[in-house]
Design a protein around this ligand. Structure first.
Ligand code: T4K
Length: 404
């Protein structure tokens, strides 16, 4: 690649490659007609929240889709984690990865728990049971494993560890709706699993979440907790909260659920186009998925090895943003380097080398129903164009200024 080529980059004053921004996390949307029909019905019914018929239908259809007995819908994934943690009776310390969205430890901290950060496996980006066991101490009451990027963490070994050490096991499955482990849908593992239906997720209800479980008593507790602890009109039996999903959210969730297979197909098509377009590029590794399992392909995740790529991850992100490709540095810089965790446990970083390494190298690229394979091909060509030009670009741009 010659220097003349990079002179055309928008970051050096040229025209952006894309007229419209390509986002990570652009919402996938199902049939507008179906959505409007549901909204018309709910307006007619004048039942907007408090366990309405659409929320109940959404819960039943979610449970059927993933093959669990109970799916308790709530207002977002963070609340689902909080309600799940409380319903399980977690106390003291909970082992959790630092390489996750900050909602995972935040939800625990809001419940008065202490997240104990554990490093992740460099191959899976998730917790492994061996690493977790080394962190189990007297105050440990549970583990929150995160199925990062929709790839299941060490599910079987973690279940075994939790059983042996009498710990509760909750999975943050926010990324993993419609993914499988051992051919079984994520949702039925551990004591419970939590989903997010945020706008950016493969299945969205705008804001929304759910706790899935096969445990009848736990499901009953979850339902009480999300509704102030009410067990009847005047009887409160738990310290509950308002974690309810609205009927409007359920209308969107139900409508989008009907198109989920099409969303996954679009993601998969884009993923394959990325795989072809990035193949052989030095220092660029697209993280793969187990071909024996089903996957939602909602995150296209790349690791950048600056020494081989000739450009570091952050400069590559800067270039992509200037070209209107709004790639993200998820989950930089790692929860242990964010407040309040950084101040509470400044030494944590010393035991999280894989997390630190991934936080410096990982890049998430746009996908979803808004992109087609032509867009993906152009993103890949752009990446190919700038590889090897890191020092020339950095010299002409000066030091990195703003946090993206
Ligand atoms: N656990 C894990 C492992 C999670 O990843 C998350 C959420 C949670 C728990 C908590 O679940 P929730 O309580 O959120 O249900 C976004 C999402 O807000 C967050 O839900 C998600 N993880 C996280 C990975 O991504 P930000 O801070 O990156 O959001 P933002 O506003 O920068 O938007 C991301 C991208 O999506 C942008 O490119 C713009 C685009 N976007 C966003 C929205 C809201 C749209 O195009 N349309 C939209 O409506 O956190």
């Amino acid at each position: 690649m010659t220097k003349t080529c990079i002179d055309h980059l928008a970051i050096l004053g040229g025209k952006a490659e894309f007229d419209q921004p390509l986002h990570v996390g652009r919402p996938n949307l199902g049939s507008r007609d179906q959505l409007f029909a549901r909204l018309a019905e709910l307006l007619e019914r004048k039942w907007l929240t408090n366990n309405g018929p659409l929320v109940q239908e959404f819960e039943q259809r979610l449970a059927a889709r993933i093959g669990v007995k109970h799916c308790v819908a709530v207002c977002n994934g963070t609340a689902a984690l909080e309600i799940g943690a409380r319903a399980l009776g977690l106390a003291g310390e909970v082992i959790v990865p630092a390489f996750t969205f900050v909602a995972t430890p935040h939800a625990l901290t809001w419940q008065g728990l202490t997240p104990r950060f554990c490093d992740v496996d460099p191959r899976t980006h998730c917790l492994s049971a061996g690493m977790v066991e080394a962190h189990v101490g007297e105050r440990t009451s549970g583990i929150v494993g995160v199925h990062l990027w929709g790839r299941p963490c060490d599910v079987d070994a973690l279940q075994d560890l939790a059983r042996r050490r009498r710990l509760k096991l909750l999975f943050d499955a926010s990324h993993a709706f419609a993914c499988t482990h051992g051919g079984r849908c994520i949702g039925g593992f551990g004591d419970a699993e939590v989903f997010s239906f945020h706008a950016t997720k493969v299945l969205n209800s705008g804001e929304g979440g759910a706790v899935a479980t096969n445990d009848d008593a736990l499901a009953q507790r979850l339902r009480l907790l999300r509704n102030f602890g009410f067990a009847g009109y005047d009887t409160v039996v738990h310290l509950g909260i308002n974690g309810k999903m609205s009927e409007l959210a359920a209308a969107l969730g139900l409508t989008n659920l009907e198109s989920l297979d099409a969303f996954v197909a679009a993601n998969r098509r884009n993923f394959e186009a990325y795989r072809a377009g990035l193949a052989g590029l030095p220092g660029i590794t697209l993280i793969a998925h187990d071909q024996r399992e089903r996957h939602n392909y909602q995150y296209v995740v790349v690791e950048v090895d600056a020494a081989k790529a000739g450009i570091d991850r952050d400069l590559l992100v800067d270039v992509l943003w200037k070209e209107n490709v709004l790639a993200r540095r998820y989950f930089y810089p790692g929860c242990h380097r964010m407040e309040p965790y950084r101040s509470l446990d400044p030494a944590a970083a010393q035991s999280l080398p894989v997390t630190d390494r991934l936080a410096e190298r990982v890049l998430v690229l746009p996908t979803g129903t808004d992109l087609d394979v032509d867009d993906v091909g152009r993103v890949c060509s752009l990446i190919a164009l700038v590889l090897g030009h890191g020092s020339a670009l950095r010299a002409r741009l000066g030091p990195r200024a703003d946090d993206l």
